[in-house]
Structures are given as C-alpha cells and as structure tokens.
Design a binder for this molecule. Sequence first.
Ligand code: NAD
Length: 242
Amino acid sequence: MRFRDQVVAVTGAAGGIGRVLVDRFTAEGAVVAGSDIAGASGVDVTDRAAVREWVAQVEQRHGPIDVLVNNAAVTRDADFVDLPEEQWHREIDVALTGAFLCAQAVLPSMIARERGVIVNISSVNAVSYFGNEAYSAAKAGLLSLTRSLAVKYGRHGVRCNAVLPGTIRTPIWDERVAVAPDILDRLADWYPLGRVGTPDDVASAVLFLASADAAWITGVALPVDGGLLAGNRAMTEQVVIA
Ligand SMILES: NC(=O)c1ccc[n+]([C@@H]2O[C@H](COP(=O)([O-])OP(=O)(O)OC[C@H]3O[C@@H](n4cnc5c(N)ncnc54)[C@H](O)[C@@H]3O)[C@@H](O)[C@H]2O)c1
C-alpha cells in the first residue's frame, strides 16, 4: 500500500497503459483521478482551460495532487515526406504540450506543500530511431522537460522522472495489427528478453518512481524495454564468429 490516501492524476487513463495505471495505483491505496479525451471525463490535455478545470475539480473533490502521470499520446504512421503539418503539431501537442500544461497546473500546490511527483511516459523513440518522427520528437522533448522540472523544483520537494517503454501490447497498435495481425509476435524477436511488454511492466516502473522507494531518484529516463536499447542482438549475431 505505497500510495495510501495519496491523490494520483493520470492522463490518457482510458488507454491500454492508462487503465492499468489506474488499477495499480488504486490497488495500492491511492485515490486516482483519471482523465482522457475519450470516455467520461473528455479532458483534452492540449486544452489549457480544460486541464485547469480538471485539476481544480480533482483538488476540490479529493485534495491536492501528490502524483501526476503524463501518459496521454497519439501517433499515426505516415511517410515523413508526406507527413501533414497538422499531424506533426497534434502529436507534439498531445505528448509534449499536454505534459507541460498538466505539470503547470499541478505544480503550484506541490511547491506549496513541498511534496509531489511527476512521472512522464516517454518512449524508446526518444533516444533511438524507430519511426514516427513527430511522436519521437515529442517524446525526446518530454525527456528535456523531465530534467528541467527535476532540477528546477527539486529544492521544493518535487521529483520528476520519465519511463521509456519499448513495444507494449495496447490499442495504440490497433491500426498496425489490423494490417499485420502477427506484428507484435514478430517484434518480440528484437527484444533481448524475447517478448514485447505489457502495461503491467510499465506500471511497475511508474509506481516505483512515484513511490517513496525512489525518494532520491529524480531527472532520470528509465527504459522499460526488455533490453531493446542495450544493444542490437541481431547485428552482433552476424559479426561474432564464436
Ligand atoms: N504501446 C506502446 O508500444 C508504447 C511504447 C512506448 C510508449 N508508449 C506510451 O505509453 C503511453 C500510453 O499509450 P498506450 O500504449 O496505452 O496507448 P493508447 O492509445 O491505448 O492510450 C493513449 C490514451 O491517450 C488518450 N489521448 C489521446 N489524445 C489525448 C488528448 N489530447 N487528451 C487526453 N487524452 C488523450 C487516448 O484516448 C488513449 O486512451 C503513451 O504516452 C505512449 O506514447 C506506448
């Protein structure tokens, strides 16, 4: 029960990872306020007024927010040369500007209470190229934001960290699975641990970083990627003789 009576706010809460985050924080005693552009709350993280209203409602109903998880994101496959400018902006707005707006909304009460944690869901795409240029740029920007908040607000008792998931089986893959039903099974071979990830793999890392177990950890980018970023096994198998 690491989060007994803590108030946890999760964006993108109706998605594959978001739902599990809500369940896992709730199971550990938290009062969880989830929001999503889809579903009942209808909060769009790119809408400053809607974000402010959501945070104000949560604080009024449950008290000040102890933990914010910036989890909302969108991406669609498109060739870079034909990538519509609106799509570039939307992917950056949801993943990066949304995190900025949510952090800005929760920080005043965190600073006033000298306690608070922000966990940003970035991606392996932030640090290595795996396609989806706009999404990757947004996720890389999110790492910079993570470091900025960690350093700027550390003395105010606020920690800020990021997780970098690899491939996780969630609805964000639905369009690709519709075209290539075995895509996630084929991708498993690229992972040193031999499988793609689950929302629980990501949630375990998020809950750790949000908890007192990580009290002296801030500004880090933690890969949750089955070893993907550690090296390229397929390549080394071609160059190593013995
Ligand atoms: N699934 C993966 O392979 C993978 C890999 C790396 C990182 N991630 C990251 O994990 C996070 C969760 O993704 P997921 O896999 O659960 O995807 P998902 O599509 O299931 O969930 C994303 C959720 O964000 C919501 N959302 C989209 N735009 C929004 C907006 N403007 N305002 C509020 N909510 C909005 C969607 O409605 C959806 O419920 C994302 O940040 C994603 O980039 C996922």
